[in-house]
Design a protein around this ligand. Structure first.
Ligand code: OGA
Ligand code: MN
Length: 292
């Protein structure tokens, strides 16, 4: 059994076979996977029945892991359902019960339904995310990915010139604002102070330019906010056209690894007050800010 990657979309996304992530992988396999992420942007691994520890162990072969933010009503480590390095992308509470329809946690989780790049609100945005499906709903709950390199390449030359060198402000305050949350405490305002990210970035692994967009982006430096919002909206609409999008239909024990430096993603709707969706994410931290 040797590792193989097959492209499954015209622009990006590779499906990986011949590797078992529940056992340690070789240096060669690691290199093939890292090269694969640089080439394809998203890698799909099927039938990987792994523990949280195995997921974290595999993830950290690609860099240091982020410790997920404590959000909303989860304010203490003891409140976490999962271990310290696992981002809980489920609709479950600590007792493994489906979240109440009116719970704050459910409301905040809805933020994942907007196109975004993970941790773009951090000064050093995420490199990779790895999402493992443990329980999936019968209907809906897909994850969509959009290729920001292919989208950039397809822009007209005029737009490319116009956006080169622009710097955006990203903050959870902007993405939460889209959900209708507006009454932030001073502490939240301080915690989620906007960070700067270039709108066009160059991928260190393949040299290609991409659009660095995200639901967290709310301003462009030196621009009036409405003018910035309209441009960001227009670019997002362009970059998420069907031709640039891959829709992942989850099976239990799929693991999908994506490059946040190249892609945006979003969750799709499902009956989240009735069906269980238990997904767990590890995140490999980026190496440097995008603005020097
Ligand atoms: C994430 C995320 C989307 C989904 O894990 O970062 O945005 O489909 N997930 O759950
Ligand atoms: Mn995400």
């Amino acid at each position: 059994m040797s590792i193989k990657i097959v492209r499954i979309h015209p622009h990006f996304v590779g499906e990986v076979s011949g590797v078992d992530l529940s056992t340690p992988i070789s240096d060669d396999e690691r290199t093939i996977i890292e090269d694969g992420i640089n080439e394809h942007g998203v890698l799909v691994f099927r039938d990987q029945n792994i523990t949280d520890e195995q997921q974290a162990g595999f993830s950290q072969l690609f860099g240091a892991l982020e410790v997920p933010d404590l959000k909303t009503n989860i304010t203490k480590d003891e409140d976490r359902r999962l271990g310290r390095f696992m981002a809980d992308i489920s609709n479950l509470d600590r007792g493994d019960h489906i979240l109440d329809a009116g719970s704050r946690q459910r409301m905040f989780n809805l933020g994942n339904r907007f196109w975004h790049s993970d941790s773009s609100y951090r000064a050093v945005p995420a490199k990779l995310s790895l999402l493992s499906a443990r329980v999936v709903p019968r209907i809906g709950g897909e994850t969509q990915f959009a290729d920001m390199c292919a989208a950039y390449d397809a822009l007209d030359e005029n737009t490319k010139k116009e956006i080169e060198g622009l710097i955006c402000e990203h903050s959870l305050l902007y993405s939460r604002g889209r959900l209708g949350f507006g009454d932030f405490t001073d502490e939240e305002k301080a915690n989620f102070k906007p960070v700067l990210q270039t709108l066009v970035r160059v991928h260190p692994g393949n040299g290609r330019r991409s659009l660095f967009l995200s639901a967290h982006a709310g301003k462009i430096e030196g621009w009036p906010t409405p003018v910035a919002r309209v441009l960001l909206e227009e670019l997002t609409e362009f970059a998420t056209r069907t031709e640039f999008v891959y829709t992942h239909r989850w099976r239990p024990f799929d693991l999908v690894m994506w490059d946040n430096r190249r892609t945006m993603h979003r969750a799709r709707r499902f009956d989240d007050t009735v069906e269980v969706r238990d997904m767990r994410r590890t995140t490999v931290a980026g190496e440097a800010p995008t603005v020097m």
